[in-house]
Each structure stands twice: as structure tokens, then as C-alpha cells.
Design a protein around this ligand. Structure first.
Ligand code: FAD
Length: 483
């Protein structure tokens, strides 16, 4: 009798414990993905509905997974509806003896999985759950009060102290499957935009799927890792792995990345420093996920409660200027336009753009988090809110609120020749390097010779940096603890 493998955020064949075990049993294997937008609302906090960019990614990734499973002799069945009833129905239809899946260490997913388990048990069908997409089980790293660690460095030391994670599992060589099972088509789910079709930039930028994820990792370790520790902060350089959406959808596992990076370091000891830095970034992903395990509603709740009283402002016009990349600060605008076009933004610029929203504009970090959730292809239930809270000062191991990024200095430091701004804000492209991050300081002649008309071809700053900073500090003073 066949075994069903329920795929979720693990859209790959290699290092997939549930698939590996199902294949090793010798049974026929049926892959199943459930497009479930119903179970989620039943229990708070719910599994978040995917944003526009991740819906696009999911469609491509499912097509890639379907092809790989078919090539390996298996199949991928797509169904819609509440996971528990859908999975139990498919299991009955095909006479499955068991359903296997990998855990997602987040309470709403685990609640849905418990419903699946119960529905299967009532039909006497086995469930087997395997370790999910983390380097370390969140229950293995706790403080004295049995909570997730709130400071990154000791957390990462503890992870490293556990030694290498287990070696990744190979993809099953050959699967056997059964035919004739009804399946939706990806197109039926309306995951991709049609009118307007805003996904052109995503298509240009990305190839979702496991093969592309592996190729990207290999290319990065062969060609990109040297100099990573310095280059990773430079948005004008192609200095990072760009693996985040692949990791988000589990097209590659963190332990595959870990072991490949360690292997590269062993091959060439000159890379050791860069590789340690790269792995510590993977550590941040892990840190965010462990926090999420502890605080399932991290996208709604300040990790530091004193921020519950923060006097956020509503300002629809300023919010729209930020979203559209029209704040008048070139580095912020370049980042927001990169995001809209390609579904990602360089990490350094994410920090600057997020800081601008919460500090210069005093807009609640949750509003920005939601925008990123909708527009990022790597929008992650752990990393997105954890990083927003980090920037806003209310998170774990957070940047102190009073440290307000100066968008001009950040631009000049990390995009010194203005290459990043020129790429994403072409109307400023002809300004010289020393003016490109602060066009409002240019003389009328300098502006005219660069064909810039401030207020017409490019906006004046929507808020003055100094005033914005002072207003942010005054707001913060209202909630600062008196200790
Ligand atoms: P690399 O530098 O190559 O890093 C390798 C991997 O490490 C990344 O793919 C990612 O999985 C992980 N990583 C790196 N930096 C971080 C970090 N600060 N926090 C958590 N994991 C990290 N990352 C997401 O994956 N999803 C998000 O939704 C997300 N939202 C963010 C929101 C804000 C406001 C900020 C400041 C950062 C956010 N990040 C998020 C973290 C970071 O910006 C991206 O992971 C990174 O830019 C991805 O590029 P890369 O894959 O080339 O990274």
C-alpha cells in the first residue's frame, strides 16, 4: 500500500527526511501538496496567507517539484481545501497505509498537522513526522527559564557547540508511484498575477526550484564567497548568495548549505573567515525561527512589551511614498524599487529602508512588515518579523531605538559610487557620486546638467533627517523604561 508524502515548505527531493524514509520503505510514494486557505483561520495565530510575491514563487516551485518527482518515477498530486479532510480523503482514495511529513516548528503549522494526524488516526492510517527545516531542534537550545535565547551570540555559540548537523540525505534514486489520482493543476489556483501581470521582474530575476537552488549555492561557493565578509554589506556588488527564497520554500535545506560551506572551507583555508561569516548569517535565520517557535505571533506582538505604548503615527501619504520608492532619499527609494521589481532587497538596504519607516516616519513596524510580507519572494514567518522588530528596537538582541540610521551616510558608506542608486533610481543616474545620495544639496546648475528637477523628476525629501531623528527620539522618550 502506498505512502503519501505531504509537502509544505520543503519543496525538494534531496535531504527530505519524510520522502527519504517513504522511498526506503519500498512502498509506492505519492507526493501531495494541499493549497489550504481554510484551516488557517480556525486557530489564532493562523498560518499567514502568502503574499503576492511568495504566491508567484510557490507556483513555479510546485511545477519544478512536480517535474522532478515525475522524473524520479513518483508523482505530485495537488488538492485544495482544509488539510485534514483533504489528506484523509486522498489517503482513503488510494488506500494509503501512512502519511509522512516534515515538521515546521511553528505553532499554527503544528496545529494544522495535529488535525491531519487526528483525521488519519480515525481511519487507522499512520502518520510519521520527521525533523523539519532547521539545523537544530528549537527545544534543544533553551535558557534557564526554558525560553528561546534572546541574544544571538550565545545562541550561535550553543548551535556551534553541538557540532556539525547530520549529513544531508541523498534524493531517492528511484520512486515507484501509482497513477490515475485526480489532481488540480497549478494554474487552477490563481497564484500568479494576470491583469496586471506585475511578475515580469520576478521572472527576469529568479529561477525557483531545487535544481536552481543547488546551482546557486555551488556558484556562490565557487565564485562568490571570497570577500563575502566585506562585500555582503555592499548593495552595489553581487556579494551575497541570494539563497533566501530557496531556503524559504525549502528548495534547499540549511544543513545542505552548512555542509557544502564547510567542505569549501576545508578545500581552501583562505576562505575560512568568509565562510564563518556566511554560516553565521544562516545562524540568524535559525535564531529567528527559534524565536518564532517561542512566540508564534511574533508578527503582531512586540517582543519588548514596553513598545506596546509606542506613539506610532498614521500617515497614508508618507506610507505610499515609502512603498513606491518616492521618499526623496535615494538609498531608501532604490531599495523599495528593487523590492517591487525583483522581490528582494539587499540586507543593508532593508535595514535602512525599514529604519526610515519606523523612525523617520514613525509608522508602526507591523505596517512595514506586512508590505515586505506581500512583496518579498523570501517573506519568512520568522525572519521578516524578527528583523523588523530588530530594526524597530523592540525585538530580540535589537539595535537600540535611539540609533537612527542616517540614510545619506548609509548610502555614501555602502554605495560609495552610487551604482546601486543609479540602477534603481535612473532619474538620478547622471548626478556625480558626491551628490547622488543627497540631490537636494546640488546647485541649480548641477541639477540641470544631470537633468534632475527636484519636486518634478524626483521628489524632495518627505521629511528632514534631523527633524525626523529628533521626533523619533522624543517619541521613544515617552516609552523608555525609567530603570
Ligand atoms: P546571504 O548574505 O547570502 O545570507 C545567507 C542566508 O542567511 C540568507 O539566504 C538567509 O536565509 C540568512 N540570513 C541572512 N541574513 C539574515 C538575517 N538578518 N535574518 C535572518 N536570516 C538571514 N530574510 C528572509 O529570508 N526573509 C525575510 O522575510 C526577511 N525579512 C527581512 C526584513 C528586514 C527588515 C531585514 C532588515 C532583513 C530581513 N531578512 C529576511 C534578512 C536578510 O535581509 C535576507 O535574508 C538577505 O538579504 C537574503 O539575501 P541572501 O540570501 O543573499 O543572504
Amino acid at each position: 500500500r502506498p505512502i503519501i508524502v505531504w509537502f509544505r515548505d520543503d519543496l525538494r527531493l534531496s535531504d527530505h527526511p519524510a520522502l527519504h524514509e517513504a522511498a526506503a520503505s519500498g512502498a509506492s510514494v505519492v507526493g501531495l501538496y494541499v493549497h489550504d486557505e481554510e484551516s488557517r483561520a480556525l486557530m489564532p495565530p493562523a498560518v499567514r496567507r502568502l503574499g503576492g510575491a511568495t504566491r508567484w514563487w510557490l507556483a513555479q516551485s510546485l511545477r519544478a517539484l512536480g517535474k522532478s518527482l515525475t522524473m524520479a518515477g513518483g508523482s505530485l498530486v495537488l488538492r485544495t481545501g482544509p488539510a485534514a479532510s483533504v489528506i484523509a480523503t486522498v489517503a482513503r482514495e488510494i488506500g494509503a497505509r501512512a502519511v509522512f511529513w516534515n515538521d515546521i516548528a511553528h505553532a499554527p503549522h503544528q496545529a494544522v498537522a495535529r488535525e491531519v494526524e487526528a483525521a488519519l488516526a480515525s481511519d487507522s492510517i499512520d502518520s510519521q513526522i520527521f525533523r523539519g527545516d532547521l539545523l537544530v531542534d528549537p527545544k534543544a537550545i533553551r535558557n534557564k527559564n526554558n525560553r528561546a535565547l534572546r541574544v544571538f551570540t550565545p545562541f550561535w555559540r550553543r548551535v556551534q557547540g553541538l557540532g556539525d548537523p547530520p549529513k544531508p540525505l541523498p534524493a531517492p534514486k528511484r520512486l515507484t508511484s501509482i497513477g490515475g489520482i485526480a489532481s488540480d493543476a497549478v494554474d487552477d489556483w490563481g497564484l500568479e498575477p494576470t491583469r496586471p501581470d506585475w511578475a515580469g521582474g520576478l521572472r527576469e530575476t529568479w529561477t525557483p526550484g531545487e535544481a536552481a537552488a543547488q546551482a546557486r549555492l555551488k556558484r556562490f561557493l565557487d565564485e562568490g564567497i571570497s570577500g563575502y565578509a566585506d562585500d555582503r554589506d555592499r548593495p552595489d556588488r553581487d556579494g551575497t548568495s541570494r539563497l533566501s527564497p530557496h531556503l524559504r520554500f525549502g528548495e534547499i535545506s540549511p544543513r545542505q548549505v552548512w555542509h557544502a560551506a564547510r567542505f569549501a572551507a576545508a578545500e581552501d583555508s583562505r576562505l575560512a573567515g568568509d565562510i564563518d561569516k556566511f554560516l553565521s548569517e544562516l545562524g540568524w535565520r535559525e535564531f529567528c525561527r527559534h524565536l518564532l517557535f517561542d512566540v508564534p505571533d511574533m508578527a503582531d506582538r512586540n517582543l519588548q512589551e514596553q513598545f506596546d505604548a509606542f506613539p506610532w503615527k498614521r500617515n497614508a501619504l508618507a506610507l505610499e511614498a515609502w512603498q513606491r520608492g518616492l521618499t526623496g532619499y535615494p538609498i531608501v527609494d532604490a531599495g523599495m524599487r528593487e523590492l517591487w521589481h525583483s522581490g528582494v532587497m539587499h540586507n543593508r538596504v532593508r535595514m535602512v529602508a525599514a529604519s526610515f519607516l519606523v523612525k523617520h516616519l514613525l509608522i508602526d513596524w507591523r505596517t512595514g512588515e506586512q508590505w515586505f510580507w506581500d512583496t518579498l519572494v523570501d517573506a519568512d514567518a520568522g525572519s521578516n518579523p524578527a528583523n523588523w522588530q530588530w530594526v524597530a528596537g523592540c525585538g530580540a538582541d535589537a539595535a537600540p531605538y535611539f540609533r537612527v540610521f542616517n540614510p545619506v551616510l548609509q548610502g555614501e558608506k555602502f554605495d560609495p559610487d552610487g551604482g546601486y542608486v543609479r540602477r534603481w533610481v535612473p532619474e538620478l543616474a547622471q548626478l556625480p557620486d558626491d551628490l547622488i545620495h543627497q540631490p537636494w544639496t546640488a546647485t541649480p546648475i548641477e541639477l540641470a546638467s544631470a537633468a534632475v528637477e527636484l519636486g518634478k523628476t524626483y521628489p524632495l525629501p518627505i521629511v528632514d533627517h534631523k527633524q525626523g531623528r529628533e521626533r523619533a527620539l522624543a517619541a521613544y522618550a515617552k516609552i523608555r523604561r525609567k530603570d
